[in-house]
Design a protein around this ligand. Sequence first.
Ligand code: GLN
Length: 275
Amino acid sequence: MTTQVEAGATLRQLQAGLGLDPLENRILLCHALALPRVALITQSERALTADEAARLASLVQRRLDGEPIAYIVGEREFFGLPFRVAPGVLIPRPDTELIVELALERLPQGGRLLDMGTGSGAIAVACAHTRRDAVVTALDLSDEALAIARANAAANGASVRFLRSDWFAAVGEERFELIASNPPYIAAGDAHLAQGDLRFEPVGALTDHADGLSALRSIIAGAPGHLVSGGWLLLEHGYDQAHAVRDLLQARGFSDVQSWRDLPGIERVSGGRLP
Ligand code: GLN
């Protein structure tokens, strides 16, 4: 049964039955009323004013219309850190924490890390926040993404240098100990693009408008010119692309080529080292 969002309804009544997932229900309630989560317990008999009811009703309707919860509240947690998100950047996924962990394990002390297609800044900011010794650069083609990523670095106290660049175009002759990327890898016409949160996310961050491998190919082709000897290239990719990405890495001369599984058990990241 759905509760009417109207003046006089209490937080207790509103915590169930808005027709939403219970966690999302609580997130929207707290966001609409600017309340901390604990208030849902300590102020459970607090009743909505007419203004609050109107605000909450509009947020609930947006969610029921399919808009991602992260865009509605403007934030998503990634690697234990808060990230500001807006429709100009992909919403950070838990799957992407895998590439952060792999990068942190492989980056030497004081190492230089490059995050290509940083979007919200998730990979670069999580690495720079965890490893104060790292020298982190993040690039993106989108000015809107760079503005959001800069804000996320600042808000999380992470030191990251940002570059506007079409893949390696603006990187010059620089070399890095590690390059990481979560590029657009969904093939044009893939049914997932028309489902769930993806419908609202920037299409250029999701698909290469081709076979799904073209951004991965560009990065693999350019990486040997921007890695030190022994440096790692780590790439996030789609659930069915691990084999193709390993083949591309091997063909470009990378050694130690391998793939790693995410928590659901899908080969999600592949990488190799420059000999
Ligand atoms: N992991 C995202 C998804 O499948 C896609 C991200 C990307 O294309 N880089 O929902």
